[in-house]
Design a protein around this ligand. Sequence first.
Ligand code: ASP
Length: 298
Amino acid sequence: MATILIHGGAGTIPESDRAAYQAGLRGARDAGFALLADGADALSAALVAVSLMEDNAEAFNAGTGGSPNRDGVVECDAAAVSGWDGSAGAVGAVTRAKNPVLLADRVRRESPHVMLVGAGADMFVADPIDNTLLLTPRTQAAYEAWRQEKGEPTNSATVGAVVCDREGRLAAATSTGGMLGKWPGRVGDAPLVGAGTYADRFVAVSCTGKGEAFIRAVTAKGLAERYRAGDDLQELIAKALAEVLHFNGSGGLICVTSEGRIGFGFNSRNMAYAWKTDSGGERPEAAEVGLEPGVYTL
Ligand code: ASP
């Protein structure tokens, strides 16, 4: 039995972008699932799925195509968490990594720390790239429009994966450019273990939406605690989203349990998600832009 569930962010996903999102989700999901089918561990599959979405310049706000900050610089956040041994790695406000999630995993494997940010994270990049290579025509146009309007920072299209492998091991990974127009140095929930990303032996969680609210609600760890206490999956996702709303946040989350159960929900207008499982059931796979906010389990 193996299950992968990924997301491509919560927010408003315009109809014109949906085909690109679905194609990107499908490719990332299938690559991750193929590894699982070959017997790979959950974290390897999560990293492949997330890094493919980071590389996708047509959709998603992570890696290439990450949203620029107030000064037009792409500052990325990412985390990688292994539920079976409790190891975790994260990076915040990194500017020179092509694949921030792989850098986060290197922090996990090769440093004595859990999280590196800013200049220190950039120094840890083995093959640094110029930040402008992360900009795409799509993100440059969005940045110009944001500058003209002088609007509030807005969130969009973070990517994440939660995976249960054949051994029942769990992993979660999340990567994002954060918010368009955010202040330099702002770090969101995605790289904060327990807020936007978390996995233990029972459940793995990846969140997307207004990071400030997910940080205050400590969403991912809160969900895991309730799951461990025996709460119903459907109800505990609803509770997690209610807490995010309490802190004025919209967004969504995905989770998978060690039995391979899938759960996700969002209170934003849309959320992009895809899954594939061989654990049985009526819908072994999907790749969708969700149009109906709510909570879903299977
Ligand atoms: N949660 C991300 C952040 O606040 C943004 C998003 O998911 O859209 O950085």
